[in-house]
Design a protein around this ligand. Sequence first.
Ligand SMILES: Nc1ncnc2c1ncn2[C@@H]1O[C@H](COP(=O)(O)OP(=O)(O)O)[C@@H](O)[C@H]1O
Ligand SMILES: Cc1cn([C@H]2C[C@H](O)[C@@H](COP(=O)(O)OP(=O)(O)O)O2)c(=O)[nH]c1=O
Length: 212
Amino acid sequence: MTQDRPNNKAARGRFISFEGIDGAGKSTHIAYVAELLGARGKTVVSSREPGGTELGEKLRELLLHQKMHLETEALLMFASRREHIAQVIAPALARGDWVISDRFTDASFAYQGGGRGLDRAKMEVLEHWVHPALQPDLTLLFDVPLEVARARLDATRTLDKFEQEQADFFAACRGEYLRRAAQFPSRITVIDSTQSIEATRARLAGILEHLL
Ligand SMILES: Nc1ncnc2c1ncn2[C@@H]1O[C@H](COP(=O)(O)OP(=O)(O)O)[C@@H](O)[C@H]1O
Ligand SMILES: Cc1cn([C@H]2C[C@H](O)[C@@H](COP(=O)(O)OP(=O)(O)O)O2)c(=O)[nH]c1=O
């Protein structure tokens, strides 16, 4: 038995989510954060939403490529999340591992709420149903103007259903992300993702130091 593991039970791990509009640069930095935490002796579980489980990846395929009613979309996002929490996030945190997730519930508020206009109260019902007692310990919100995100996307890949949306959709998503960052300032840290990749890494290292 060690001092920080009383009764042989691991201390709860930490949960970090990555957010931002498509093309903001969050995927670019996830591997770096995983490496940084690993170098500090943490066991890291790296995952994503929608997805992260066998069922969740099937739901992701539908969500990213099939047109559906807005409420169906929101419900499937939270169905994927429910499975992800049950199978991946909660067990990992209980083991003492660190979980980093490419998106979590802030993305539903930003995309289905802000972008598509689903009533925020409905989203809050789903949030309280699916994870009444769980929130990320830290959310890194990669923020860039729409033109920067669009230019980065256009330069790199074939666009999925969300990425094909127009500028006003992403403006509303970004607005909702920033509104939530103002509402939950102790959880959500806004990263100016117009900076170079090196400068962003340095900022991330500084932020993570506080959690370690
Ligand atoms: N700070 C940055 N400066 C310049 N290009 C970047 C920066 N961050 C990411 N990129 C590039 O932008 C593109 C989209 O980044 P990505 O991390 O996939 O975005 P997201 O996961 O947020 O959709 C990639 O080609 C990536 O190399
Ligand atoms: C988790 C989540 C994602 N999304 C959307 C945002 C993204 O456009 C898409 C997939 O996210 P992401 O994995 O960031 O896409 P990519 O791998 O192409 O970078 O799903 C929602 O609309 N609501 C949600 O709750």
